[in-house]
Structures are given as structure tokens and as C-alpha cells.
Design a protein around this ligand. Structure first.
Ligand SMILES: Cc1cc2nc3c(=O)[nH]c(=O)nc-3n(C[C@H](O)[C@H](O)[C@H](O)COP(=O)(O)OP(=O)(O)OC[C@H]3O[C@@H](n4cnc5c(N)ncnc54)[C@H](O)[C@@H]3O)c2cc1C
Length: 520
């Protein structure tokens, strides 16, 4: 691994021969034109950024790299979201990395995920590569120097800092961390209680004896409600339409058995991953082949907890087919036990307006509230709100076509980690990382300094479609913002098809000399 000073030396940007690292840093900090150079610059220290750094360090140990992160610490999603009960809805055997065994219960709290990531950072000595409190604002590619110039603002000092990099690895996730999505309802300003978005959960909020309404029916609502139900006077889940849930124990019997047999954790991780992936594949296929039967089974699980008199038809029978949106896993049916106990309840209706006392519904009913939680989702954020330019020309990602959801036509030396929604996100982090490392090795071996993807002659008549097929997957934040995302074609190379089971075989077989890759 090359250090800061030797990286500068290698790029030839500055002739520093005798300075130690501290002197070099001070010199460069004082000069606004100065930039540090790295072979690879990773944006974001979430689960994707840390995983990508691990692969890069393992597969290309001589590559210099830095991770720039806006927040004060690593974790991304798992540090941003601090609402009560925050937890994964995927199992951690597949949400965890392939290379680091997960040894706890499959559904994990944010804190457990952060501890796991902390161990990955410590065990692989990654901390020295991370610069926190660096918000990247611009990224400009120069075809002349074949370098990206990245400008960031330090949140602690307000100082502007610049970096150059040969390759940009975008691990910035898919939503804006600074704010959640809250629709505008009439009368919101008249409500006398408190309105809270779970993404910006206040530290000092008092729930004791409060009537809480949670607007939303997704994983966030399903997590938050059981965790606060005991503390407040009552919690109401107010949903416009129902969502699918899967219920089950927060334990994997096979893992428990293997542990009893004192099988090594590395093996347990791999075996359990394979079992889960096999079962998820079968389940996904069933959702497509026999959606009515799957719907019946999922709703049957809920009826088994709530009893035959509960109106599952109104509150827990979605209008869409299972798997068009992510299915949240509810460990130990905690949400439904909360409803059964009477501490939580569900209202399926539309909001007419907020009143000073609570919410007036379209049906004419009213829900009184002291606190209204808007678990209404995210603001999609394409490429970290960074202003991109290619040779001085501003880049609009919506004008590009995606190569397998990770590279973009006309955008050199850049890859984006956009994970799976139906399977664990991290499965794709690992796949993309293996691909990027292979690509970088190939470039190094062939002496190429630039790679970009381009439509091949046979692709020119290909229809260009929205990033994702709404028939296939249609969560609100994607539907609201599809116009911001790159286009997809109708061939596997030119789309992110959300199919781990196809991509796990396709990615390692990608021919780097295919005409879709243009090297310079
Ligand atoms: C509450 C919640 C629960 C979820 N549960 C699951 C689950 O169980 N399973 C699953 O598969 N998926 C889940 N997801 C989806 C989840 O976001 C991803 O799985 C995963 O955590 C994303 O990791 P990431 O590193 O790609 O992005 P993020 O976690 O979003 O991290 C990106 C990082 O990049 C930084 N960044 C962004 N822009 C810039 C910039 N301009 N400059 C500097 N830094 C920048 C951000 O500060 C952030 O730290 C969940 C999402 C949420 C919100």
C-alpha cells in the first residue's frame, strides 16, 4: 500500500522528496489548488464502501485508495437511522459479507451491524484509508489527464479539499441521508403535536403516555411499532394500502444445529448462506409462478397470530403481487403480537388532512395523536448529489445507459454499487467488487488508463427503457424519481435485473474484451 506522500510522488503531480506525511498534509491543506492522488477513490463508508475496500485491498494490494465519507463514522444506513427498534429485515448471513461469518441471530439490530462492520475495519486495517466528515460536491473527469478530480468540503472545518483518482467507486447508496421523504398533507402546520420522520429521529422525544400515529406500512413502520408499543399510550399504524410481511423465528435451526456440532463459524456461514439463497430463489420463483397461493400463505401466517375474527382482508391483503415490493420479515411476529395485545392497531384509509388534534381521514374518521411519525420513505439520491462533469460538460445520468447497473455509457473509470432489493444488498456489493477488481487488473495488465462502456453496433436499435420495470418492482421512491436514473436496455448487459441468481454466474463470466468495453 502506498502512503499519501508516495502516491503524490507517483502521480508526478508534485515533486515532494523529503517531506514527511505531516508536513505534506499541512502544505497541501494550506493550498486550495493542491490535491491528493489515489488510484481509487471510494465514495461512502456504508456496507458497500467498506466491502469494496476489503476486496480492493485483498485483490490489488498495491493499489492506493481512500474512502471519503460525509458522516462522522462508518455504517451509512445503519448510523443514519436511529429510530427505536432499527434492525435489518434481511438475514445477516446474506446481508453480511461473504468473507466474514455472521455469528448472531439472523435479523440484527443496527448496533450489531455496526459492530460487525467495525470488526471488518479493524481486522483488515481499513480505518487508515477512511476520511470522515468529507462531503463530496463535485467530480470532474479529464480525458486529457485521464483522472477524476473530486472536490469535497470538510464538515468540521468548512475547508475545501481536492483529490485526484484514476478510478471512482461509487458506494453512496441510493437515498439522501440528510432527510427522509414526507408528503405534503393539508393542515400539517395546524397540528399541535410533534411530527417526526424516522430518518431524523430526535434524541429527546418522550413517548410515555403519548398517542402515536405511524403513517406507513413498510419495514420501518413494522420495526418501529412493536418497539414503542409498550412505552406509549397507544400506537396506530395508518396505511393507505397494505404491505406483504413474512413471519418467522429470529433463528436459523440449521445454524443452531451446526453450532452444537462445533462446526467452524466460516463453514456455518457458507452453508447457511447457501441454504438461505436456495430457499429465497425457490420462493421468488413461486411468487411469480403461483402468486395467489403465496399470497394465501403469507396472509395465513398473519391470521394464525391475529385470529379468525381480525379483518386481514382490509389490513393485510395487498393489491399487488408478492415480490413487486420488498417483503419485510417480521421476526417472532412482534408487530402482530403488539396488535393482538391491543397496544397497537391498524387503520387502512387515506388522509384528508391534518387537524390541530390529529388526522382527519377520507372516510370521515379521526385519529387523535400527540406524535405523528411519517414512515413514508426516502428521497432517491442519484450518485450522492454530486455534480459530475466529463471534460467540462455537466453530466446528466438520465442521459446514460447502464451496463449491468454498475457502469454508464460515456462515464469513464467509474463503477456504482447498487445492490439488490429482493435479495440482500450486500450480495451485489461482493459481486460488483469482484468485477471491479478484475477490470482494474485487466487495465493494469494491458496498460489501459481509461475504460468506459459503449453500446455495440448490435445494441443501437435496442429500446431504451426506464431503470427498472415497474411490473417487476415498484416501490414509491423509485416510481417518484425514475426520470433521474440512467436508462436500461432489453438485454442482460444493459440492465440491473435484480436477479442475484443469474448475476452470480454472469458476473464472473463477463468478457472484459467484449466490444461493450472501450479502453484507451
Ligand atoms: C432502515 C433501512 C433498513 C434496511 N434494511 C435492509 C436489509 O435488511 N437488507 C438489505 O438488503 N437492505 C436493507 N436496506 C437497504 C440499505 O440501504 C442497503 O442494504 C445498504 O445498507 C446500503 O449500503 P450502502 O453502503 O450501499 O449505502 P448507504 O448505507 O446509504 O451508505 C452510503 C454512504 O455514503 C455516504 N455518502 C453519500 N453521498 C456522499 C457524498 N456526496 N460525499 C461523501 N459521502 C457520501 C453516506 O453518508 C453514507 O454513509 C435498508 C435500508 C434502510 C434505510
Amino acid at each position: 500500500m502506498k502512503d499519501f506522500t508516495s502516491s503524490l510522488l507517483e502521480t508526478g503531480k508534485r515533486q515532494i522528496t523529503t517531506m514527511n506525511i505531516e508536513t505534506a498534509r499541512a502544505t497541501y491543506a494550506a493550498s486550495p489548488q493542491a490535491s491528493e492522488h489515489f488510484d481509487v477513490l471510494i465514495v461512502g463508508a456504508g456496507i458497500s464502501g467498506i466491502g469494496s475496500a476489503y476486496h480492493l485491498q485483498r485483490d490489488l494490494p498495491d493499489t492506493s485508495f481512500v474512502i471519503l465519507e460525509n458522516q462522522d463514522s462508518f455504517g451509512g444506513t445503519w448510523i443514519t437511522h436511529r429510530y427505536p427498534g432499527i434492525r435489518s429485515d434481511s438475514d445477516l448471513h446474506t446481508f453480511g459479507y461473504s468473507f466474514k461469518p455472521w455469528v448472531g441471530p439472523p435479523i440484527a439490530t443496527a448496533q450489531e451491524i455496526l459492530s460487525y462492520m467495525g470488526e471488518v475495519i479493524a481486522e483488515n486495517d481499513l480505518a487508515r484509508h477512511i476520511r470522515y466528515k468529507h462531503r463530496i460536491e463535485t467530480a470532474s473527469w479529464s480525458g486529457k489527464t485521464k483522472l477524476w478530480t473530486i472536490e469535497a468540503v470538510r464538515n468540521d472545518t468548512g475547508e475545501r479539499v481536492a483529490f485526484t483518482a484514476n478510478f471512482l467507486w461509487m458506494c453512496q447508496g441510493y437515498y439522501r441521508h440528510s432527510e427522509g421523504y414526507t408528503p405534503e398533507w393539508p393542515g400539517m402546520d395546524t397540528f399541535k403535536g410533534r411530527i417526526v420522520h424516522p430518518q431524523l429521529w430526535p434524541k429527546n422525544i418522550e413517548l410515555k403516555d403519548k398517542r402515536v400515529v405511524v403513517i406507513g406500512s413498510g419495514a420501518t413502520a413494522a420495526t418501529l411499532i412493536p418497539s414503542i408499543a409498550d412505552r406509549c399510550a397507544h400506537v396506530t399504524m395508518l396505511q393507505r394500502s397494505p404491505t406483504f410481511f413474512r413471519l418467522g423465528r429470529n433463528a436459523i435451526e440449521l445454524a443452531e444445529q451446526l453450532r452444537q456440532l462445533q462446526v467452524k463459524e466460516e463453514w456455518i456461514h457458507e452453508i447457511v448462506r447457501r441454504k438461505i439463497l436456495f430457499e429465497q430463489d425457490a420462493f421468488t420463483r413461486r411468487c411469480v409462478a403461483e402468486p395467489d397461493q403465496v399470497t394465501k400463505e403469507l396472509i395465513g401466517q398473519i391470521t394464525a397470530v391475529l385470529g379468525p375474527d381480525y379483518d386481514v382482508a382490509t389490513h393485510f391483503t395487498p393489491k399487488y403481487r408478492p415480490w413487486r415490493q420488498r417483503i419485510a420479515f417480521v421476526p417472532d411476529a412482534d408487530l402482530f403480537h403488539g396488535i393482538k395485545s391491543g397496544k397497537a392497531s391498524v387503520v387502512t384509509d387515506e388522509i384528508e388532512r391534518f387537524t390541530d388534534k390529529g388526522i382527519l381521514l377520507k372516510s370521515g374518521g379521526e385519529i387523535d395523536a400527540d406524535i405523528i411519525v411519517t414512515a413514508t420513505g426516502f428521497n432517491l439520491c442519484v450518485l450522492g448529489d454530486i455534480a459530475f462533469a466529463i471534460d467540462g460538460k455537466p453530466l446528466d445520468f438520465a442521459d446514460t445507459v447502464t451496463y449491468r447497473g454498475m457502469m454508464f455509457t460515456g462515464v469513464p473509470n467509474m463503477a456504482w454499487v447498487f445492490g439488490y432489493f429482493r435479495a440482500s444488498w450486500t450480495l451485489r456489493t461482493d459481486l460488483v467488487a469482484e468485477f471491479v477488481c478484475r477490470l482494474l487488473k485487466h487495465m493494469s495488465e494491458t496498460g489501459a488508463r481509461q475504460v468506459e462502456v459503449a453500446l455495440r453496433p448490435e445494441d443501437h436499435n435496442m429500446p431504451l427503457l426506464p431503470w427498472i420495470d415497474p411490473e417487476n418492482f415498484n416501490p414509491g421512491y423509485m416510481m417518484r424519481n425514475m426520470h433521474l436514473l440512467p436508462k436500461r436496455g432489453d438485454k442482460p448487459e444493459w440492465q440491473h435485473n435484480q436477479d442475484y441468481w443469474a448475476e452470480k454466474d454472469q458476473f464472473p463470466a463477463i468478457d472484459l474484451d467484449d466490444k461493450a468495453f472501450v479502453y484507451k
